[in-house]
Design a protein around this ligand. Structure first.
Ligand code: WTA
Length: 635
């Protein structure tokens, strides 16, 4: 029996047990059989969560692009690696074969080298969902540069913070991007960001929307002419197993975004293994993940996982509703998609539309449906199952995090029986634990607690860029010898996990993690604002939306409140991006506080969710009278 591909529930249990009892043998065999190494490892794993320090495949040498590209050339050179579907359906899709991908990645790698980029240098990639995005990611990996992709929907401010945090000297971007009917001036955003990024020496600009942009002499260069002159071979840099592959920022509940550092070998092995099993991928399947490569889902399951398996991975540039709400299904029909992986927020938005949009298309190619990013509610699950999967394609609800690198808890389609709203069972190699508030592990089933992982897995982030202490404090200090996820979960009577949501001040809005503190910081910059508190509340499409309670410096401020609301949302858009805008803003004279001066968010959360009859004890508040006032004026 191969560990690599699980084909029955019995096999799953056997393999899972092995992965817990003999984790090193388990991962050793997978790594040995399915990847290309320049040198094998001396030791599979060493770890110490108290430091925390984790190394996988110590001493091994490899290049991940050899695994994702070169080794496929002999047998799959003419097979499509990346299938690019443009925003505008009248523009032709582009099939990039493995051979072409090889050539383009090498050309790009040579351009980067020419610009002085070396192993270990950080390169910021702020590119929309066009082939250059995937190619630039792989080009960095080819030469051992650490890529830091910033989602091309972030504001100039957010971009600048990320560029400066890891000292990028080179930025890759595009003139602009298409989003449905709109175009976005990406280069303008980059120019503004770079006003506060002194370290950036070079900006490479891909041409996509043919807009009129300014190019700064000596700093900015068009990419395509450089690529066409570059050689299409480039010897891969030989990397250590634990050399950083990339940095990807994620929001914390406080402070600036955390640059999660992922390393090479473990990440590769874990993403490839989970891709194969969670999507039950078979040669010649066409696989589509609708995420953006700017998020971890795109890194692991558009680029690295699929390509390491020699798959065809679709990259879609546009949005679900352009030219109409049938666009996703049109793409499924057109490219005969076999695996479709999306977010619950997209499903809820699609489910609100007329059924004709989905019924019009032939979806019979679909074999596996996936979801990721937030809990999927029962209604959305059934809509997906009935109207997209026609009750024959299993839905795998995949739970994992940027910090995890790869899927952790998910049903294996055709193997694990699914129950709506349950992510189900841990994948082999993943050892979850539920903890109570006293730090004790809740054993057995039918328990509910804080979700931790008690044993290392190969693709876990190793640190936060430039701040190992914060890594330790955030993930390894709440529970001894455990990685704490920040999520709550329950384990039912048969051992299935259901994720119940964040237990910290992170709110997941449309599948995006948003820390409330950075949003409050942005609002507090407004000259009229004294103080603010942000909480999440349930929203039928976004999952959660944001509710802001704002106190003004001058009580009874006479300014037009609607105008103030607009200004506050504009500030948030500038500082973070439009995804962090507030749905509701309530002005209030005071915020409920504890005697030590902490804002009682628990109460504000209840009010925002309209659960005012279960507020709990408010008598310990410093100012209990404000609660009534806030309830009376709630939006
Ligand atoms: C949430 C995305 C319930 C969770 C890959 C986690 C989920 C956070 C699920 C990580 C799911 C992700 N069910 N909740 N299937 N998947 N989450 O870093 O709260 O963008 O901690 O990684 O999303 O979000 P991130």
């Amino acid at each position: 029996m191969s560990n690599y591909h699980i084909k029955s529930l019995e096999e799953y249990f056997t393999i899972y047990r092995k992965s817990v009892r003999y984790p090193e043998t388990f991962w050793d065999e997978i790594a040995e059989e399915h990847f290309m190494w320049r040198k094998k490892w001396d030791e599979v794993l060493s770890w110490d969560f108290s430091k925390p320090e984790v190394t996988w495949f110590k001493g091994a040498k490899l290049n991940i692009t050899e695994n994702c590209i070169d080794r496929h050339l002999r047998i799959r050179g003419d097979k499509t690696a990346i299938l690019f579907e443009p925003n505008d359906p009248s523009e032709k899709a582009e099939h990039i074969t493995y051979q072409q991908l090889h050539d383009r990645v090498c050309q790009f790698a040579n351009v980067l080298k020419d610009k002085g980029v070396k192993k270990g240098d950080r390169v910021c990639i702020y590119v929309p969902m066009i082939p250059e995005l995937a190619i630039s990611v792989l080009a960095c990996a080819r030469i051992g540069a650490i890529h830091s992709v910033v989602f091309a929907g972030f504001s100039s401010n957010a971009l600048a913070t990320r560029i400066n945090d890891c000292d990028c000297k080179l930025v890759i971007t595009a003139d602009g991007s298409f989003r449905g009917k709109k175009t976005i001036d990406l280069k303008g955003i980059v120019d503004k960001a770079l006003e506060s990024c002194e370290g950036v020496e070079t900006v490479l600009v891909a041409k996509r929307i043919e807009s009129d942009i300014t190019m700064k002499e000596g700093r900015d260069e068009w990419l395509q002419p450089l690529l066409s002159k570059a050689k299409n071979t480039c010897e891969p840099e030989v990397m250590d197993a634990e050399d950083p592959l990339f940095i990807l920022y994620t929001s914390g509940s406080t402070g600036k975004p955390k640059g999660m550092v992922h390393t090479t070998a473990g990440y590769m092995v874990n993403t490839a293994y989970t891709f194969k099993n969670v999507f039950q991928y078979r040669e010649d399947d066409v696989y589509w993940c609708t995420a953006d490569i700017g998020w971890i889902t795109g890194h692991s399951y558009i680029v690295y996982g699929p390509l390491a398996n020699g798959a065809t991975s679709i990259m879609y540039e546009g949005v679900p509703h352009y030219p109409d709400w049938g666009r996703f299904w049109e793409i499924v029909e057109k490219h005969k998609v076999n695996q479709f992986y999306t977010a619950p927020t997209a499903i809820r938005a699609l489910a609100k539309q007329n059924l004709e949009f989905v019924e019009k298309y032939d979806l019979s190619s679909l074999k596996v449906l996936g979801t990721v990013g937030e809990p999927i509610n029962e209604e959305a699950w059934h809509w997906y199952n009935e109207n997209v999967g026609h009750q024959k394609s299993p839905i795998t609800d995949t739970w994992w995090q940027t910090e995890n690198g790869a899927i952790m808890i998910a049903a294996i389609p055709y193997v694990t029986p699914t129950i709506p709203t349950f992510a189900s069972l841990p994948l082999p190699g993943v050892q979850p634990a539920l903890m109570d508030e006293n730090g004790d592990e809740l054993k057995g089933n039918q328990v509910d607690g804080r979700l931790c992982i008690k044993f290392p897995w190969p693709s876990m982030a190793r640190t936060i860029w430039g701040n190992h202490q914060r890594y330790k404090d955030t993930y390894f200090s709440s529970f001894e010898n455990m990685y704490f996820t920040g999520d709550g979960a329950l384990r039912d009577s048969v051992g299935y996990y259901r994720i119940t949501g964040r237990v910290d001040d992170v709110v997941i809005v449309s599948g995006h993690n948003l820390g409330t503190a950075p949003i409050e910081d942005a609002i507090n910059e407004h000259p009229a604002v004294a103080e603010s508190a942000i909480v999440g509340f349930p929203h039928d499409v976004k999952g959660n939306a944001l509710y802001g309670y704002v106190t003004l410096k001058e009580a009874g401020e006479t300014r037009d409140q609607d105008n103030l609301r607009k200004e506050i949302n504009q500030l948030i858009t500038d500082r973070i991006g439009p995804i962090a805008k507030l749905d509701k803003i309530q002005f209030t004279d005071a915020l409920p506080k504890t005697r030590s001066g902490k804002i009682m968010r628990r109460i504000l959360r209840k009010i925002a969710s309209n659960e005012t009859d279960s507020l709990g004890d408010t008598s310990t508040l410093l100012n209990p009278e404000v609660v009534e006032d806030i309830i009376n004026n709630a939006l």
